[in-house]
Design a protein around this ligand. Sequence first.
Ligand code: THU
Length: 129
Amino acid sequence: MNPEELVQQALVARTRAYAPYSNYFVGAAVWADDGDVILGCNVENAAYPSTICAERVALTAAVAQGKRQFRAIAVATRNGGSPCGACRQVMWELGPEMVVYIADESGLYRTTTVRELLPDGFHKARLLE
Ligand code: THU
């Protein structure tokens, strides 16, 4: 799995997006430590706040499949939009060392990290102090 392949998987996931309200289709592909790739897409809802983002679908599905360690995530939108704050916090929780590839619909992407996207995120250790 290389970055280009992960981005291609995010583009595949994007074709499955359910976004009849915003028409903003998002796909995500998370690369787990064991080599598996788990896909997610945004799933909207007529009760708008019930919508869930592609990144959180991918990461929560991966956890449900028993994955705990992640190397990278690719996110694809029509124009290279970057992950929302809630998704950044979930990335921080589940894959703080992940590399993040942010792609547009043509597959062009930029590379960043969870730590760069969310400096000083809320850390679980705080709950134990
Ligand atoms: N969306 C995502 O899937 N990921 C993000 O990080 C930002 C926003 C979705 C949610 C909604 O379905 C649509 O994009 C417009 O906000």
